[in-house]
Write a protein that binds this ligand. Sequence first.
Ligand SMILES: Nc1ncnc2c1ncn2[C@@H]1O[C@H](COP(=O)(O)OP(=O)(O)OP(=O)(O)O)[C@@H](O)[C@H]1O
Length: 615
Amino acid sequence: MKFTELGLAEPFLRALEKLGYEEATPIQAAAIPMILAGRDVIGCAQTGTGKTAAFTLPMLDRLLQTLPPKPEGHKPEKPKHKGPKGSKGANPRPRVLKSLVLSPTRELAAQISESLKKYGRHTPLRHCVVFGGVSQLHQVRALRHGVDSLVATPGRLLDLIGQGHIDLSQIEILVFDEADQMLDMGFLPDLKRIVSMVPEERQTLMFSATMPTEIRRLAEQWLTDPESVEVAPVATPAERIAQSVRMVEKKEKPDELARFLKETPRSRTLVFSRTKHGADKIVKRLERDGLRAAAIHGNKSQGARTRTLERFKGKNPPILVATDIAARGLDIRDVSHIVNYDLPEAPETYVHRIGRTARAGAEGVAISYCARDERRYLFAIERLMKTRIAVHGENGEELEPARPMKEQSHSNRQQNGGQGGGRPQRGGNSSRPKRKRPFRKSGQFGGSGGQSEGRRGERSGERGPRSEYGQRSERSGERDSRSECGQRSERGDRGQRGENGERTGQRGERTDRNDRGPRGENGERTERGPRNGKPGGKPGFKSGFKSGARSGGKPGATSRGNSSGGGNGAKAGGRPGGKPGGKPGAKSGAKAGGKPWGNKGKFKSKGRKPQTAAN
Ligand SMILES: Nc1ncnc2c1ncn2[C@@H]1O[C@H](COP(=O)(O)OP(=O)(O)OP(=O)(O)O)[C@@H](O)[C@H]1O
């Protein structure tokens, strides 16, 4: 669908044209008209499919519509210093902070801010971004000049509110980007405080590629009669990612990785480690093998992180070895390979990690190493994605599943309280993966890429030794180490729940709390470092999107056990243009249609016909 059909104002169309965006992606086609109409929206679509523009464009458009005119009257003296956009020249417009975008990480906040800049370049709208880990001086200065919108991480936002630099009482649009990660990082209390400061009469938007049950429950509280726009079933990985898993003994992983990286023709390559220490070890090991590698994780200084990312985006990139701080949001061009050196404990994280490749219609490869004690993570990932991933044994032979994959409907998952479905339960719950002979050998090695409908195999699970990085085997029944974003491996580990279903987090330490960071000298949280990454959208991407239909050769790439999320489109009776009325959680869907963006096509919505009437 053309952007011109979505009802966006001319300055945005001009900006999009300049960026080389020719067609709206399915999530954009579905969400933009709804947001323009003032609806609350829960938007869920695969990684790299343009969710940022899906909420920033209509948000800016609405702000532009209500921008107060420049006051008439005398011309003030020329300001001594060059101020931000719109502050110089004739009487500056009175600015009121009307929209707030919350992001879990500095990297993502910086990226969203870049998007606001790109899309709003032909408007007088002003925004600023605030996050921890850097001096607040520039942020406060920008706020003083007045802004229409603010992108923020929760910790720094609350600090600046506490210091009287930010007033949320006039907010009209509130956006949660990657809301589920904010919960996993323990931001819920902060989010609640922030929501309590924002007027109840507002438009609220939530976007992510994964929407676990917890976040949907919160959405019921914080959103009014939301439209649920699901372009694909929740947690569907980006199309065009050739996924495979290699069963490998833990101690063999370093050699296996080095061999793979040496033998494989690839461009930018991102290796994910579950721990910071592990990431450093991998880098050292690769360097011993003559491979250039660099680590990025929460123990690195902000400067080092920024430099490493710059090198990775540059012409001769090193292999980037990262913890999950890089799992979300990073929009870097031409990442050809993702290697999961360790499988993530939270299945949603897998979807986001592999989503660093195959962005904007491109293709990519994701290979995961699975040690014996990581099989339960693999099962949880498959259950979440409702698909099997091709599994190969240590000698490359293809393995076959010894048991059918349990399909879990979304509602089942909700009943089980599983986050995103199927994270194994602790404490003897039957959903916990069985240890016995989860894999058996089958035919020949069948190629490394692609998902397929079945194979598996491994030796029966002996008690797994402690891993290199200290995590315990699944048999030990002890708590696993946590990932950097604090995800836990098992539901029972997640601590008690508060009254709103939030975790109270008494259980154990998160491995990388400084992701969120200790408080700095001004009381600010030293959150993650800003991404200096330019968000994509360079003309080069154009070809990626327009490069035509899927090759179709990837087996099982779309094999979903259940595709209903994309198409059933049941929707509550809408309210005619206004606020409260309909049933919460109204759902709409956009179905696949063979465009490079993946699931594209008809936007279905019963009841009130959305402006999109997209096709
Ligand atoms: N309609 C479009 N046409 C061309 N390029 C687009 C379009 N929409 C977005 N892009 C580009 O696609 C890339 C991915 O977009 P974005 O980062 O918003 O994806 P996302 O869905 O938020 O991914 P993630 O879930 O991983 O955060 C960006 O480089 C963006 O500039």
